[in-house]
Structure formats: C-alpha cells, structure tokens
Design a protein around this ligand. Structure first.
Ligand code: ATP
Ligand code: MG
Length: 480
C-alpha cells in the first residue's frame, strides 16, 4: 500500500527518519487541521512496522482525551494502511498498549502534571525508542524534558540509515562504549557505518504562549533555534486531505480563534486582553496541590432561554475540583439538585455558595437564601474603582490567573472546558475608561456577538472569586 503525505508531512518525516541530522525534537503544527495527528500516528506505525520489537510512546495531557481523539486517528491510519485488528494488532484498554504482531508496541501515556507526582516519577521505569506528543502545548515542559530521558530502548539495535533495518548483532562492531555496548558498527545490510538511532520526539501543537512559543516558535522566527530542535508550521491549507466541512468549521470560528487556529497566528492578542495568552496556557496540563479543606460552590445559572448552567466547586487554595455543565437547564430545580449533592459531597454550607441571580438564578433564592447573590450590576465589594461587582470579580480572576494561583483539576480538564474557556477568555478585554473613571470589561452582548454565546464558563470562575475578595470594606453585614 502506498502511503500518501502532504508536503509538510513529508518534510517532517524526512527529519524524523534521519538519524544523522542531530534533531531530537520536531514541533509540527501551529494551527488546526494541518495533519498533525495523522503524521504522528504514521510516524509511530512506520517505525513500529519497520523495526520489530521497538517501543513507541504516544502521549497527551490526558489519557482519556488521547483515547477519544488521537487513538481514533491511529485506528484510521491502521485501516488506511490495510492493517486489521486481531491479526495485525491488538489494543489492550487496561494497559493502554497497542501491540503489533511483529512485537512492536505503541504505549498510550498520560502526561498530566498531577500534584501527587510533581517530578513525573511514573515515567521513571519507561524505556522507549521514539515518541509523539499530541497537542504538546497542553503539556507542561517538564513532561517533555523527563520523557526525553526515557528514549533508550533498542537505540543501537538497528542501523536506521535511510530506513535500513539491518541489525547490529549481524554487523561488524567498530566502537563500543564503557559498558561494552556498540556505538558504531558497519551495517551488514546496507554497508554504511552507522551509530543507530538517536532519540526522536515529534510534538504537535496549536499556537500557545508557553514553552512551545519560547523554545520553538519565537527562536524559529528569529532563526535562532537550537540545533537539536526544528519547527514546521502547517495549517489546514497544507492538508490536502481535509474535508470541506472541517474547513467550513474553521472559517466560521470567531475572529480571534480563526486567526489562531485557522491561520496559525501565534501573536494574535489584544493589548487590552484581560487574560494574557501565556497565562491562559498555564492553566492546562497541570493541577496544583490542594492546600485547603474549605470548598465553595459558584453557579452561573442558565439564562431564561434555557442555555447551559455552569456549576463549579473550588477549594480555598483555588483549585477547581469539580465542574458540572447542565447543557439546557430549564428549571431551577435541575440546578438545585446538583448543588445540594455537591454541598453534601464537599461539605459546603449555604454561606459557601455564590450565584448570579439573573435568568434562572432568581429561582435559587429560596433554596440558597444565605448564599451570595451576585447582582452583576451590584456595587463592588473591595474596591470601588470598578464599574460594578461583575467587573470587580473579573479583574480579581484576571489577577489570580496572572499570578498563576488558579488551577483546574485533571478531571475538569476536558476538551470542551479547555476549548470553550480559552475562547471566552481571549475575547474579554478591559474597555476604555470613560469619564466616570471606573474600570470596566467588554459588555456581555459584545462577547455574545463575537463568540455566538454567553461566556458562561469564564463567568462561573469569576463568580467564584467572590470568596477571595477582602471583605473588610464590605458594605454588607452578614447575620448568622
Ligand atoms: N497523509 C494523510 N493521508 C490521508 N489522510 C490524511 C493525511 N493527513 C491528514 N489526513 C486527513 O486530514 C484529517 C485531519 O488531519 P489530522 O487529524 O491529522 O489534523 P490535526 O492537525 O491533528 O487536526 P486537529 O487540529 O483537529 O487536531 C484527518 O482526519 C485525515 O482524514
Ligand atoms: Mg489532531
């Protein structure tokens, strides 16, 4: 079967299959739909089929998302290459390994930074030959640094020159290291002097202002990339196999997302953005240790139109522990039921609940009479320089994110939450201060026009900030 690749994918494969170029890390992508995942799965399969017995790792921030997305593309590539489940390969959902009939293995791995394993000790016992990290911008840099040290399985077993799979054991060894391992040999198959494989990591990404930006994109634009790194920018225009429907989806994105995901624009950021892209990026791929036993609940009830209601549980150390979306909430009772369950689970009394009283929120008044009722246009609590309470809460959220204090637990880092929250956050700006001198944010109707819906996920995080404002200046008196 002849495998077809677009020009950028071919360029990437040439770099990845060349073991003499000194390139260990290749970042491919910088836009949506450029054929990143297909390339990564093809790289994995090509190596595994050509070099029996090797171990290839496919990683992503969350294993659960990897199995919903990247693994499906791997199945599609297997099918495209004429390989059949049962005879040619088997996937074990418990060990998360795909075993090929020639003995090669593709290991699926979770690369999230969990509070319990800050040094990625769980990667410690791994020995792999090569790897592909999909959406690597959602993984912290440390995961990549540790993973890189795990590339040592069968590196000196095959020749590797121009895809040659001549074995060292059948070749004449020219040089050995202090452990008597061959480091240079004359390949019995192609006749070349070879040093075998060098570690090869393929990383894919969408534009993000974190380590992928500072280590790859920025130096690439300045022609200052380290010799062991390379970057290939590939957009949906480079992917000749993309369906029209997918292209339409990219065309219909809001302006900011279109620039970033369709056009591969890494620097598309407003100077007035309330949440900077580099700080939004810090939210993903890691969870901070929870240092507080206290928990609070924030609720953005649906509007009267029956849109989504968002409910979060946040700890006193600002870790979002649970995030529940009720897609089309129509009655306050639907929300109350969930909140009462969360109260029991996390030990939250009514004083620990904050909710917006607009829309279905009015229906929560009786149930959570002692909770914080947030009137968006209410008076600011701590600092009267804000236009209203909502602006104050948003500025507080912005400060907490700027200081990298907020963290979202691994369970809550779903594709939907990541995509929607990022989209919402990148369009919220501080708008011009007018003659009353009060600080304000983009009005809700403008955000709605831009992204086609309310920023419910950002709103609920902002409401949660109610518990982190200093109340010494509060104009409210709370009666027990
Ligand atoms: N070499 C190829 N041969 C056949 N089909 C391909 C190839 N490359 C890409 N495709 C097609 O293009 C689609 C998009 O590719 P892929 O999923 O790899 O893009 P992506 O950059 O990972 O997208 P996303 O940004 O959504 O993660 C694939 O589902 C597949 O149908
Ligand atoms: Mg992909």
């Amino acid at each position: 079967m002849k495998k077809k690749f677009n020009k950028k994918q071919k360029k990437a494969l040439r770099i990845l299959l060349n073991h003499k170029n000194g390139v260990n890390e290749l970042l491919y992508g910088g836009a949506a739909g450029g054929g990143k995942t297909w390339l990564g799965c093809s790289f994995a399969l090509y190596l595994c089929l050509n070099y029996p017995g090797i171990r290839f790792l496919i990683g992503r921030a969350r294993l659960s998302i990897l199995e919903q997305t990247t693994l499906n593309t791997l199945y599609a590539v297997l099918k495209d290459w004429g390989l059949n489940e049962g005879t040619d390969y088997n996937y074990n959902g418990k060990s998360h390994e795909l075993k090929l009939s020639n003995g090669s293995i593709i290991i699926m791995k979770d690369l999230f930074l969990y509070p319990k394993d800050p040094d990625f000790d769980n990667l410690g016992g791994l020995e792999i030959t090569a790897s592909f990290v999909d959406e690597s911008n959602q993984v912290v840099e440390k995961a990549i640094t540790v993973l890189k040290t795990r590339h040592r399985w069968m590196l000196n077993y095959y020749c590797g020159i121009n895809g040659c799979n001549g074995e060292t054991s059948k070749s004449k060894v020219l040089e050995r290291d202090e452990n008597n391992e061959p480091i240079k040999w004359k390949c019995h198959q192609c006749g070349n002097d070879t040093e075998g494989f060098i570690p090869k990591m393929l990383l894919s990404c969408n534009p993000a202002k974190n380590w992928v930006y500072s280590k790859f994109y920025k130096p690439w634009t300045e022609d200052k990339l380290e010799a062991f790194r390379q970057f290939i920018q590939a957009t949906s225009n480079d992917n000749t196999k993309l369906t029209k429907a997918y292209k339409n989806v990219l065309d219909q994105l809001d302006h900011m997302s279109r620039k970033r995901l369709r056009d591969g624009d890494w620097d598309n950021e407003s100077a007035d953005a309330l949440f900077k892209m580099d700080k939004i990026a810090v939210l993903w791929g890691r969870e901070l240790p929870c240092e507080s036993e206290t928990h609070y609940i924030a609720i953005d009830p649906a509007g009267t139109g029956g849109d989504a209601a968002e409910i979060i549980v946040i700890s006193g150390s600002k870790v979002v522990k649970e995030w529940i979306t009720i897609p089309k909430a129509k009655k306050p009772s639907e929300i109350i039921e969930v909140v009462e369950r969360l109260q029991r689970k996390w030990g939250v009394d009514e004083y620990g609940i904050a909710y917006d009283v607009d829309g279905l929120g009015w229906g929560l008044n009786d149930a959570f009479e002692y909770g914080y009722q947030i009137f968006n246009n209410g008076t600011p609590i701590e600092n009267k320089v804000f236009q209203n309470l909502k602006a104050e809460l948003y500025f507080k959220l912005s400060q907490v994110i700027e200081d990298e204090e907020l963290s979202i637990s691994a369970e809550c880092q779903t594709l939907e939450i990541q995509e929607e929250l990022t989209r919402e956050m990148q369009v919220i700006e501080e708008v011009e201060i007018d003659k009353d001198g009060k600080r304000k944010i983009t009005p809700k109707n403008v955000i709605k026009q831009t992204i086609g819906r309310s920023p419910n996920k950002a709103d609920v995080l902002a409401y949660a900030m109610r518990f982190f404002l200093d109340e010494s200046d509060s104009s409210y008196i709370i009666l027990d």
